[in-house]
Design a protein around this ligand. Structure first.
Ligand code: ADP
Ligand code: MG
Length: 256
């Protein structure tokens, strides 16, 4: 490396333009090939640096979020699921609701793509720069109960209170103990109008009282969750079963 190159390398490092630094030769070849002028060249290099940073930030945010699987909104087959309003999902993907600290409820029977959409919308929020955490409702409540026993409840509530978006999956699959409902209420109260919450559930909102095991606490929780909420109700058959049926693995349902 000649002295000038070494100096340029050092300056790019000092300015933390590491993507430009590491790909300098290739980027400058592109510049020459496209015959860019100086201003266009500067813009091209800045774009390369910014794209790299965005990618790194999204990868980091996605790993912190602890999604159960890799799914995007682009993978979602809206035609197979006419109960889902694609326009509403696209609108939610702008993440304005996250900025506002609203609630999104994804309701419907098993297998219709609630978790898929939750992960997709979570990724969209991360891309917009919002910290996101995904947790199964049962794991969340078990964790809060354990923290409560250990005298560390405040710490855990603060932990779950921090991300700009908290996704709680499968609420209502298992009914909560009365104490668990109380702990859950504390979390919801902590996040209320501060951080966005997305919930998936196989139960309708009307049935949540049973899931929380305590009508008074259920009302208090619902009051806060439903105040600024967007509801997506998905109907229909499990996507996978449907695909299997199509492929002839399962016999079609015969209306009798
Ligand atoms: P739920 O959370 O409602 O039980 P999931 O989101 O786990 O359902 O979906 C079950 C599986 O089916 C996942 O692998 C998901 O990616 C897939 N799936 C469901 N609905 C669709 C759809 N409309 N388009 C593409 N894949 C889908
Ligand atoms: Mg699910």
């Amino acid at each position: 490396m000649i002295a000038e190159d070494a100096q340029l390398h050092a300056m790019l490092t000092r300015l933390q333009l590491t993507a430009v630094r590491d790909r300098l030769d290739a980027l400058l070849e592109d510049v020459a090939r496209q015959d860019l002028d100086l201003r266009q060249t500067l813009a091209y290099l800045c774009t390369a640096e910014i794209e790299h940073r965005d990618q790194r930030r999204i990868a980091m945010g996605t790993s912190i979020a602890k999604f159960p699987f890799v799914r995007t909104l682009d993978d979602y087959d809206f035609e197979a699921q006419p109960a889902v309003d694609a326009k509403q999902v696209r609108d939610l993907a702008t993440s304005r609701w996250v900025a506002n600290g609203d609630t999104v409820l994804l309701l419907g029977p098993p297998g219709v793509g609630k978790t898929h959409l939750a992960v997709g919308l979570g990724r969209a929020a991360i891309a917009r720069g919002y910290s996101t955490l995904f947790v199964a409702a049962s794991a969340l409540v078990a964790d809060l109960a354990q923290a409560h026993r250990d005298g560390k409840l405040d710490e855990r509530i603060t932990f779950y209170g921090k991300p700009k978006l908290l996704i709680i999956d499968e609420l209502g699959y298992l009914p909560f103990e009365k104490e668990a409902a109380h702990l859950f209420f504390q979390l919801v109260a902590k996040r209320y109008e501060r951080g966005a919450v997305m919930l998936t559930s196989n139960r309708s909102v009307g049935e949540w009282g049973d899931a929380f095991g305590d009508a008074v606490v259920a009302t208090a929780i619902l009051d806060r969750l439903l105040h600024h909420s967007h509801v997506l109700t998905i109907r229909g058959e499990s996507y996978r079963l449907r695909e299997k049926r199509r492929a002839g693995v399962l016999r079609p349902i015969n209306p009798t």
